[in-house]
Ligand binder design. Sequence first.
Ligand code: 9MR
Length: 864
Amino acid sequence: MKRRHVIAAASATIALVAGSVVAALQAQAEDTQELVVNGSFDAGLAGGWWSTGNVTMSVVDGQLCAAVPGGTVNPWDAIVGQNDIPLFGGQSYAFSFEASAASEGQVRGVVGLAVDPFTTYFALSSPLSPSTVALSQTFTAAENTTQGQVAFQVGGGTDPWTFCVDNVSLAGASGGYQPDTGPRVRVNQVAYLPDGPKQATLVTDAMTALPWQLADGDGTVVASGTTTPRGVDPTSGQNVHSIDFTGYTGSGTGYTLRADGETSHPFDIDPAAYASLRQDALKFYYTQRSGIEILDSLRPGYARPAGHIGVAPNQGDTAVGCPAEYPAGGGPGCDYTLDVAGGWYDAGDEGKYVVNGGISVSQLMSTFERSKVARTSDPAALSDGALTIPESGNGVPDILDEARWELEFLLSMQVPQGEPLAGMAHHKVHDDNWTGLPLLPNLDPQPRHLHKPSTAATLNLAAAAAQAARLFAGYDPAFAQRNLIAAQRAWAAAVAHPAIYATVADGNGGGSYDDDNVTDEFYWAAAELYLTTGAKKYQDYILASPLNTADVFRPEGFDWKWTAPLGRLDLATIPNALPGRAALRASVVAGAQKYLDAMHANPYGIPYAPNSGLFDWGSNNLVLNNMVVVASAYDISGDEKYRDAVLEGVDYLLGRNALNQSFVTGYGETASHNEHTRWYSHELNAALPNPPKGSLAGGPNSGIQDPIAQALLQGCAPQFCYIDDIESYSTNEIAINWNSPLAWVSAFVADQKDASAPVAGGCSVHYVTHGQPPGRFVAQVTVTNTGSRTINGWQLSWSFLGNQRILHLQGGAVSVDGAQVTVRDVGHNARIKPGKKVTFSFLGRTSGANPAPALFRLNGHPCG
Ligand code: 9MR
């Protein structure tokens, strides 16, 4: 915007001088909002200003000027505009702009629908000359839409001309948006565990304690007490009380909690409630798959054709090249093509990003890896067949099969040998331009390109592939080896090119996933490579990294951009020989304590308290990642306060929040179901489904970076910066890196079902390896009965953590299923009296790190 002399047009009902339009309208009505983003062009063309292909836009002298061709027929044959403007039927809007022509021309300023049938709601036309005219008029919107647009139709002239426009404003009511938050008693709408914490929150004006009652499914009051006033909660702006009904340990369905004349949504108290969430959170990945038909037989209601397999109108992904010049000044593109079909679509868009793929697939693999090392875990729940995917029944745990779908894609993004950046990974592949909604993947007509390799992507590949190398060793040694080689090549390439950064400017048609600090990715990749290989060079790197001793558990949590915690968590929980490992384990517990303290300080029990007080994009995944840290502290320390903190954190996501809603589709009385996705776009097209059960919404985001959130949620307290609308991509998208901690945490919570059962403390196992010629080792395993009753008949099971294989075993009968080993007694040694031992030994083969198994189960119960 630049102050210029303006002539008020005769047709305008309100004539205003430049610069005061918005202020004046704001004075008119308190809830008036500016709906045009960057209508002053102070930020160049930011805000999504677009034009038809025959018009060239530029910002000149603080205004948008467009070179318009001559010889078009209709006004709409040349357009400059902005989309994604929400309008509310019956509400009044003031539309204004200032325009001129370098010589002469004609403009038709339209407020209309950006999609078919392109309804014009309102139009304001004027001839233009070099003197700037200000046009403004009010109108009443005819219908609700989140897909309104402001468009300047400048076609229809015989001669080419230059159109300039400035101070574009569409100001109007916010629609009086008030979320329906239902009863003021806020609970986990899914289930509490009978032996877990049971917390609720009451929104009330009362300043003193109030009585509460818990009623069972028949309406019988089964517990009562008084609330604890907590004052005004800064995350919601509400005066709240907390309610603690942990003392009730019964179980059943249809419980309600009553206080202050309000009755909560119903909920269960059920030890087995989270088994289905574990499965659904993991099943999410099949329906995110690219490059494969989604079968109705596997996901009824979710069938869709394979996307991006080189079949028109798709222009990818079987032979994708680079642009001549990488976007955003990235220099010359590559001169080869890659087959990058497959993988998961990132989120609601059809891009595939190595950075985000890396953390997502790693967290899936960690969900599986935890089942090898954590006492409260259930490998059977993650076994082959658990997820009903195309690979079910192939002898490999489904969770690893699902991970492999993404790993194959990550490997395909690696720059081939012989090329200048060989071993690096291309940062991403996506459409050249953003597409609208809905759009089934197979119908995406946009050209797609590989984007410039980045150090961050390369290290994501290194970390994920290194982890895959140890996890697949027991199931598919060739694939494991392929991953190991790729990981090592990626590491070497990242060391050789340590500072090739993705920039925020490379964000057209896909997310930028920009990151100019990759010290954390180096730390994470070194950790995974060390855990898999045990090699000294990775150990040296870890020990020399300042991040190895830094406090990596920040108040704002971790995500794709801050990955040091991934390395720290794995070094702490997966057995290894790193010097100083005890301190790393202690650091996880210390980090968890901070999140636990934050959670207890917050009356909604949110284990997330960023220093800014603002919630970030995808806050639900940050909450969940903090819970991963807390759960790991429980696995490390066995201290139940950490287990309980995870259970309480889940309450927030499933309804104990200011909006009184669950953020997981299909879970809870009132749950997110209109998440931003291009193919499960039921809100826009009734023939399409909503996102599948178990899909996590990004969640409250103080930044509100999308138009509908900006129109409706201005000034929101953090918890209110969310709307379950498909257009709200900054608060309500689904994403592979958001469901991955949901899967991890819901698996952890599902595993807590037996926590009240006494832990079998009747055995201990001593596992010692010695005499290691290269590639060979001998292990001696001693099982001691530390209980008071004779064990009569035993079977000891464990999982190898790397590529160990048993060649020959004495003193037991061995069976092997992938990485899982079971050794049974051989009759004569079946009885182990209290205080006595049995011993067996085996000759094994391995390469790389050879840690002792972390967890032994005797007759199904953890030992030690
Ligand atoms: O999760 C990402 C978040 O941390 C960033 O702030 C945001 C803006 O850059 O982008 C998010 O990731 C989106 C990605 O760029 C494109 N696919 C959808 C992702 C989730 O919204």
